[in-house]
Design a protein around this ligand. Structure first.
Ligand SMILES: [Zn+2]
Length: 209
């Protein structure tokens, strides 16, 4: 995939994601793996109004090859996800209310979803009876340290689709733009359902220690 194609697809995805309220106040960032390296959104722009000038182009090593805007602080975690998941060609990072709150309510190291038909929106998941587990990592302003934690976790429990950062948001991957958008929409639906369920059934009984 050429950089320009990836940028166009991320601009479109940004409008859609912004309309759903998942990247408020210029939060979040998006990226793609391309034939020449990576493209990633720059810091500080409204993700619903992205343009070609709001992207930074990186080479295969993650070093800047084009674009003068400030790189997002979270670029390192995007590159980490590509390294860990060779099939991933897109990473979307969002700051939705459901992901932010749920990752705080669940005290353990993973959000385990079970019993939802929508689990099948995530590649490789075929039944509501299976458990869809999304790892949760404590938030850290030191992105290198956070990336190292994610990499270490991957050694014993491979990360397949997504990670949650506590009180912060979601990183989700896909092989192409359609898959990553489906994964994002599916997970956001599941997070909203789980949050509603915990509110109705009682948080204390479900919160893991
Ligand atoms: Zn973020």
């Amino acid at each position: 995939m050429h950089n320009n194609t990836a940028i166009s697809e991320l601009i479109e995805a940004g409008k859609w994601i912004s309309q759903r309220g998942w990247v408020p106040a210029t939060g979040g960032n998006f990226s793609a793996r391309t034939t020449t390296g990576f493209v990633v959104t720059a810091s500080g722009f409204d993700k619903g109004q992205l343009g070609t000038h709001t992207f930074i182009q990186l080479d295969h090593n993650g070093d800047r090859s084009a674009g003068s805007a400030k790189p997002s602080a979270e670029t390192e975690l995007h590159l980490c996800m590509y390294k860990l998941i060779p099939s991933a060609n897109f990473v979307l990072h969002t700051h939705s209310v459901a992901a932010t709150v749920l990752s705080r309510v669940v005290k353990g190291h993973s959000l385990d979803l079970q019993g939802y038909e929508m689990q099948k929106s995530i590649a490789g998941n075929t039944s509501h009876l299976d458990t869809l587990s999304i790892p949760i990592f404590d938030n850290d302003q030191d992105i290198d340290r956070l990336s190292l934690l994610v990499s270490d976790h991957h050694l014993h429990t491979p990360i397949e689709y997504a990670v949650l950062i506590r009180g912060h948001g979601l990183y989700v991957v896909g092989r192409d733009i359609r898959e990553v958008r489906r994964h994002l929409e599916g997970l956001e639906f599941l997070f909203s359902c789980e949050l509603e369920r915990l509110k109705l059934e009682g948080i204390s009984a479900e919160a893991k220690v």
